[in-house]
Ligand binder design. Sequence first.
Ligand SMILES: Cc1ncc(COP(=O)(O)O)c(C=O)c1O
Length: 372
Amino acid sequence: VAEEVTALVPLYGNKRENTLHADRLVAAASCLSATEMLQSGAVDELEEQLAKRCGRRYAVAVNSCTDALAITLRALGIGTGDEVLVSDYTFVASASAVARAGARPVFVDVEADGLMDLSRAEAACTSRTRALVIVDLLGAMHDPRDVEELARRHGLWVVEDAAQALGARYAGRPAGSVGEASCLSFDPTKHLSAPGSGGMLLTDDPDTAERARMLRYHGRDKAGLYAMVGYNSQMSTFSATMLLLKLDDLDRWQHTRMVVAQRYLDAFEGSIRVVSGSRDPALEHAWQKFVVASDERDKLAAYLADHGVQSRKLYSPALHAHPVFAGYIAADAALSRATRLAETCLSLPIHAFLDDDEVTRVIEAVLRGAPG
Ligand SMILES: Cc1ncc(COP(=O)(O)O)c(C=O)c1O
């Protein structure tokens, strides 16, 4: 393991984290002798802690952020005949959740930093538009007031896809606190990662929380009757126990990622375009990803691989170009910025388990491998 670790700068930190904190895996495993494997007290405790961290009243733990998004939309009553605005440049789940709820995803172009262009969102509103899925891409956030004002003007629900942004803040507002409901991911590539899949939805509305709790387990109500068609999307006691053990490290890990990001930002200035730059001073970025853009992205990726640096093309092609969404794309859809990002973006290693020398290796490889 040690040899592999020194040879390759890994894109994600989860393997190193699990090696360094193997004691946690052992400690959490003790919960496996308890009788409640699912939805136990550990899950309740995790819900409470994350609701508090994000400034929300209610939290509902589920099996993934993908499920959290679909359950949220259904809990808000979104379905057939409704349109939901969603960014064209994001992970597939932000949009497939809309289709799963029976509604139509309407793809909106993005700005240079990959966040949804809110003026385009406004222009795309019709009488059928019911909601906006706002993605905190790469760990950045919009100014929540801009999003909520847009929603108010058009009578839309806002669902915040905060899968990448736990720990980010905008003018003191935490990611996870924007709109009617927010969705978190604990997948192994995220900075609060479960031993498997995991997610959570957060809301201040008791009815939305109650419907979400029913939907997560087959639509069962408090009387034990199945009142609507739901899912089986529970969180395991083991996952919740592991996640609780990691909560104390979140702020320290975020600080480490910020230090790495600052080194990259300083080193790349004037040499290569950074997509995940801080949009304005009010934003505290979660730095879930550090993304650069290059016209010769594939060559750069190959150069990095040859020099022991893992990287990944990000969301390529843009969502509107995937077959699953073919039926939803308007002939006049203007999505050129998302298309361009999809053709040029490359995600570099950023996590709390990189050492200084590795960051230097990434910087040197990028500067040597970037054309021009
Ligand atoms: C922006 C975004 N939304 C949703 C998801 C889905 O999360 P999960 O893997 O927990 O279903 C991800 C995860 O990769 C994501 O990055």
